[in-house]
Write a protein that binds this ligand. Structure first.
Ligand code: UD1
Ligand code: M6R
Length: 684
């Protein structure tokens, strides 16, 4: 979905070429999120203090990928003879990747959106303004004309309106940039993260948000290191000190510059001016209905340190992020479990410690029902964990796709525990379901990969899966880490029960072994490439699973369809005779998951029935079972290592991830940014 990046250098000389490259590179870091157009705004000349009104900022916008923007920017720079070597000791630039919601991808609909031909105010926006039509009508009545189809365009125009109104009859500007933005925010409904740049406030930027993530990164430079090669330890944000400030909707775009960040909170207005950072916030919820006299309070906030490394956002030796992330799973699982599994000893039982929920376990154990809520892969991960949670806790567990729960306004009670599963922690549907569950008084638990995300902040408690940055749009390592965390959640909830202690200890042993078993199954890479080669021209692929591996069928099919663009459907094998059997013939490839668990004999029977109808079978079974499980004539057998039944989905998904990856590469599609998809779906 949309991405924001801004760069402000203060008291440090930067050439225009350098500034452009920082902004464009910031956009490259946001590419993975999905977008269809992009844009930037920089200054047309360095701004001298004596000038009353600085020249209009330049705005470059383009549809298509970042490289088309890069090309058009440099073409225009050359055509207008803009000096790339011109140096700026202070400069504020903004940039944006857009994922079209209102209006098709085109330069006029890309951001920055502007207040008019003079670019008095330019704005980049993530999110949706729900009352933009009313605002547009009002602004049109005041003489504004609109050029785009976006909801965003009302924002810079409203800023100009507010600015002009405040300065009516004044010889000079009498209003602060932050006051203009605070007034604009009072009129906006919807979810948004915004950055404002203005020719009336040269070298300043304002960032604000209500929904949608936004982070400020701070890199302080020592005075004699103006080249920016190294920087001092951050102590206090001294106003006059040379520094570089970055704002982004995504930590991935900041980490190569700095790890010192401020996570901007809803309702805050962050003003970057003269090397200082001021944070303002209305004390009431929205500052709405509070009248013009209501003043926002200044807020003091501490910086936090990003717990990620630059290597995480690079592909390393791999060709694609999806490939890297599939192969990273032994390590990501190790990190997920680090410090959370207790080996026990002679007198102490093996156990699990989840610091994030330990104080809430009593409440969870007393709940009448546990609801798992998520979308896409996160939903599938929860589905994979449901059987073990039900078995160990004895509490009924119901599954909810977030959007459907909200559509139905399904009943949620105070006695419920609602578990929100989301890699990004920012998925709009899941967040809306969270809001709904909070209103209904349920205990809300988050399971997310993103520290500081909306799910992490707004749930009562939760567990970070610590899988590391996942950049491929197709979720892979987050899926396996989510299952591991939810299995640990089940173990923690059941920790006070003696009757299932042996079972729990067996699962803990299997968790310890899981990274090495995953390493083993990754050796199927080449085999999966060969299988992909055989399937390259197929129209469709079915995946049959049941029990613990119903989720594997759904998730395997989701992986294949989302990246390789081949139709694929995950089917609960128990439903086979209730419809899907009609599809079976000698051409349609069908993967059947028949690894060892309580559904094994039923799956053997499914294989026999499909075989009897000349089905083209690809059977996944436990190591050593190939001969007994597969009828002669099964076109392919995938043998995987066996682990404890409830953890088998972690192993079984990996060959299917590899298959989806190779199919995509062989079919020539974009693996990391599949057509029409975005990494985190922040609009509904
Ligand atoms: C925490 C620290 C970790 C440290 C460990 C040992 C963080 C992010 N984690 O890990 O660096 O090594 O203690 O001291 O600082 N939470 C939610 N909702 C969510 C996810 C988490 O409310 O969706 C809350 C948890 O309830 C907890 C906090 O965030 O209060 C951190 O959660 P988590 O990282 O899972 O906790 P630990 O594993 O204990
Ligand atoms: O960030 P989330 O886990 O909340 O995202 C939910 C889905 O959008 C996501 O899992 C999606 O299905 C994956 N890209 C599929 O690989």
């Amino acid at each position: 979905m949309c991405g924001i990046f801004a760069y402000l250098n203060f008291n440090v000389n930067r050439e225009r070429r350098y500034i452009l490259e920082v902004l464009l590179n910031g956009l490259r870091r946001l590419e993975y999120r999905g977008y269809d157009s992009s844009g930037i705004s920089i200054d047309s000349s360095s701004i001298s203090e004596n000038v009353i009104l600085s020249p209009p900022p330049l705005v470059y916008r383009q549809e298509g990928n970042i490289e088309s923007l890069v090309k058009s920017v440099y073409e225009e720079v050359a055509a207008t003879k803009l000096n790339l070597e011109e140096s700026f000791s202070v400069h504020a630039g903004i940039a944006h990747t857009r994922w079209a919601t209102h209006g098709e991808p085109s330069p006029k609909n890309s951001h920055p959106q502007t207040s008019g031909p003079e670019n008095e105010f330019v704005v980049v926006h993530n999110g949706v303004i729900t009352n933009y039509e009313v605002l547009k009508e009002t602004l049109m009545r005041h003489g504004f004309t609109f050029e785009s189809d976006t909801d965003t365009e009302v924002i810079p125009k409203l800023a100009k309106y507010v600015y002009d109104k405040a300065n009516e009859g004044q010889a000079e500007n009498t209003v602060l940039f932050s006051d203009v933005v605070l007034e604009v925010m009072r009129h906006l409904d919807g979810a948004y993260a915004l950055i404002f740049k203005s020719r009336h406030y040269p070298n300043e930027l304002i960032a604000c948000k209500r929904g949608g993530p936004l982070l400020l990164g701070v890199k302080e430079l020592t005075e004699d290191e103006n080249s920016g090669a190294s920087f001092s330890d951050f102590k206090i944000l001294k106003d006059g000190q040379p520094k570089e400030l970055f704002i982004s909707s995504d930590a991935n775009a900041l980490v190569e510059h700095t790890k010192k960040v401020l996570v901007i909170e809803d309702g805050e207005v962050v003003h970057l001016k003269d090397g200082g950072v001021t944070i303002l916030k209305f004390e009431n919820e929205k500052g709405k209905n509070s009248g013009a006299l209501c003043r926002p309070a200044s807020v003091q906030r501490a910086l936090s340190i990003l717990e990620m490394e630059v290597e995480q956002i690079n592909k390393g030796k791999y060709k694609h992020y999806m490939q890297k992330e599939i192969h990273e799973q032994p390590e990501s699982l190790r990190t997920t479990m680090r410090g959370r599994l207790i080996r026990g000893g002679s007198s102490k039982a093996k156990s699990v410690l989840l610091g994030g929920i330990k104080d809430h376990l009593k409440t969870i154990r007393r709940s009448r029902r546990i609801l798992f809520i998520g979308c896409g892969t996160s939903y599938n991960a929860a589905l994979a964990a449901r059987p073990i949670l039900e078995e160990l806790s004895g509490i009924p567990v119901t599954m909810e796709i977030a959007s459907d729960l909200v559509d139905r306004q399904g009943p949620i009670y105070r006695e419920d525990t609602a578990v929100f599963v989301s890699q990004s922690g920012e998925t709009a549907d899941t967040l809306q379901a969270l809001e709904y569950a909070l209103e209904n008084g349920a205990l809300c638990v988050g399971i997310t990969n993103t520290v500081g995300s909306a799910i992490a902040r707004n749930t009562h408690c939760g567990v970070h899966i610590n899988a590391g940055a996942e950049i491929g749009v197709a979720s892979t390592k987050a899926y396996t880490s989510q299952i591991a965390v939810m299995a640990m959640l089940a173990l923690a909830i059941a920790d006070d029960t003696i009757s299932n202690q042996d079972r729990r200890e067996a699962i803990i042993d299997s968790l310890f072994e899981l990274p090495s078993r995953v390493k083993e199954v990754l050796k199927l890479d080449h085999e999966m490439e060969e299988l992909a080669q055989q399937l390259i021209d197929e129209q469709s692929l079915l995946v049959f699973g049941r029990g613990y591996n119903y989720a594997t069928a759904l998730e395997g099919a989701l992986k294949v369809k989302e990246v390789s663009l081949m139709h694929s459907e995950g089917i609960l094998a128990g439903e086979m005779k209730h419809g899907p059997l009609a599809l079976v013939d000698e051409n349609l490839p069908i993967v059947v998951i028949a690894t060892r668990d309580n559904c094994f004999s039923k799956q053997q029977s499914v294989i026999q029935q499909l075989h009897a109808r000349k089905g083209r079978l690809i059977v996944m079974c436990s190591k050593g079972d190939a001969v007994s499980v597969c009828p002669s004539g099964a076109s392919r057998v995938i043998e995987v290592p066996q682990v404890e039944d409830c953890l088998q989905p972690v192993i079984n998904i990996i060959p299917l991830q590899l298959l989806a990856y190779h199919l995509t590469v062989l079919r020539g599609f974009n693996v990391d940014q599949p057509r029409n998809l975005a990494k985190s779906v922040t609009t509904q």
